[in-house]
Design a protein around this ligand. Structure first.
Ligand SMILES: [Ca+2]
Ligand SMILES: [Ca+2]
Length: 449
């Protein structure tokens, strides 16, 4: 019988006394021969394979097992691509053969190996084995405050899962950027047994400027494999308001803790604006305090030309601050539809005075409208616009939501810019408000006391 694949390649297969064994997968094959009758024989196959799709990491070994139910003396031929090696192929012993294949392909590659079971120079059965090169480890990096008093001292925990089912991994972790992290040098990841997750914790350099950091790092395994990663990590805190701020549009010395300020001042935070003139054109920082009853927010925006002619409901078209906040027991990275609903409020110095206007609410629990319970002050002086805002949690968040120490909220803000005429664009801290409504792009805001 001649067996063709979909590309027209053919091979002659002889089977065993009229019985043929094929492995069916999603690639069609065409059989041509003097076939009088076709019958599916579930119990009288003459060969059995343990599979045709294997997922393994680079430099790992997969065993293809072939069971034989006939006494004939068969041998095994393996047709290899360049990125697979045969480690063992000793033929049948006690009617069982094991072909050990080593995958040397990079992550994401798929290799096709053809195994022929031979009777002399005749192929009695042939299968295509797909080897999918999988990642050898997965990582998860998280950070937390190392010291409750000094908000610049943080520690990181790296979890590394060894995906290999056949060998332990060891190696080291090294940050490439930012520079202050790169100075940590090589960090030993220890020995992680096969299939297990290893965790280790280390101190980070001083985080004087809070924000979302893009961390580039590598993990080099002792077999020479180098894996590169980029993680966005949040160093974003809201500090307990021991002393309550005065919501008057003036940032007094010591009124707000500047060591938790979040900055929007770099080119990658600029959106929809092709002609950003640097930090004096548009930039700013913002910080949050909290207590059991209220949230307190300040922002200091540098903006060369002030323009805000809109009522609250459309104040995003003029100079304004927009923020989004979301709170939930299971964290704010909600699945399904929920990530598009969050509390979104715009602050502005509108013609009617300082306003706080709600555009959206989490689970759509409130109608859009002015935030009646909020206290808001916005003052413009020189090239600065100062926002101060305070609102009870009970009217900001969903009924029944009571944030407490250690809770993590989703948070994001942006400063809109209008220098006369149209809205130019905005500068943002985290995303998920301006381009698209998506709380999965928010930062993690931890309430510390
Ligand atoms: Ca004040
Ligand atoms: Ca402006």
């Amino acid at each position: 019988m001649i067996c063709y694949d979909s590309m027209g390649n053919s091979k002659e297969i002889y089977g065993n006394n009229g019985v043929f064994t094929f492995l069916a997968d999603d690639a069609p094959i065409y059989l041509v021969g003097d076939i009088k009758k076709v019958e599916r024989l579930d119990n009288t196959k003459f060969l059995n394979y343990n599979g045709s799709d294997f997922h393994i990491s680079k430099n790992n070994i997969v065993n293809v097992e072939i069971q034989k139910f006939v006494p004939d003396n068969y041998t095994i031929d393996v047709v290899l691509p360049s990125c697979v090696e045969v480690v063992k192929n000793d033929g049948f012993e006690n009617n069982k053969a094991v072909v050990s294949l080593k995958n040397t392909a990079d992550f994401g590659e798929k290799s096709l190996v053809t195994i022929h079971v031979m009777d002399g120079d005749k192929i009695v059965s042939s299968i295509d084995v797909n080897i999918y090169s999988e990642i050898s480890i997965t990582t998860d990096l998280s950070v937390s405050l190392a010291d409750k008093v000094d908000l610049n001292q943080w520690k990181a925990t790296m979890s590394i899962k060894n995906m290999s089912q056949s060998k332990a991994v060891k190696g080291y972790l090294q940050f490439k950027s930012p520079e202050s992290f790169a100075k940590l040098g090589k960090l030993d990841i220890g020995i992680i047994p096969r299939g297990r997750t290893g965790k280790f914790t280390f101190n980070l350099p001083e985080i004087t400027k809070k924000g979302q950091y893009l961390l580039d790092y590598i993990i080099e395994l002792d077999d020479g494999e180098v894996l590169e990663y980029t993680d966005s990590i949040d160093f974003t805190l809201a500090k307990y308001a021991e002393k309550k701020p005065k919501i008057d549009g003036v940032l007094e010395k010591g009124e707000w803790p500047m060591n938790i300020a979040m900055y929007a001042d770099s080119p990658n935070q600029i959106k929809r604006m092709n002609d950003w003139g640097g930090i004096n054109d548009l930039s700013g920082k913002s910080g949050i305090m909290w207590d059991e009853d209220n949230i307190y927010i300040f922002a200091e925006v540098t903006d060369d030309v002030f323009c805000q002619n809109e009522p609250g409901s459309s104040n995003w078209k003029g100079d304004s601050m927009q923020f989004g906040i979301v709170y939930g027991e299971e964290g704010f990275v909600a699945i399904g539809q929920r990530y598009s609903t969050f509390h979104e409020i715009g602050l502005s110095l509108s013609p009617e005075g300082p306003v706080a206007y709600r555009y959206l609410s989490q689970d759509s629990c409130y109608e859009p409208g002015y935030c009646k319970d909020a206290v808001v002050a916005v003052k413009r002086s020189g090239d600065k616009t100062i926002y101060e805002f305070m609102m009870p949690w009970r009217s900001l968040l969903r009924p029944g939501d009571h944030p407490k120490e250690g809770d993590v909220l989703g948070y994001s803000f942006l400063f809109n810019d209008n220098d006369g005429g149209e809205r130019r664009g905005w500068i943002e801290y985290a995303s998920g408000i301006g381009e698209t409504k998506d709380s999965r792009l928010f930062t993690y805001l931890t309430l510390v006391k």
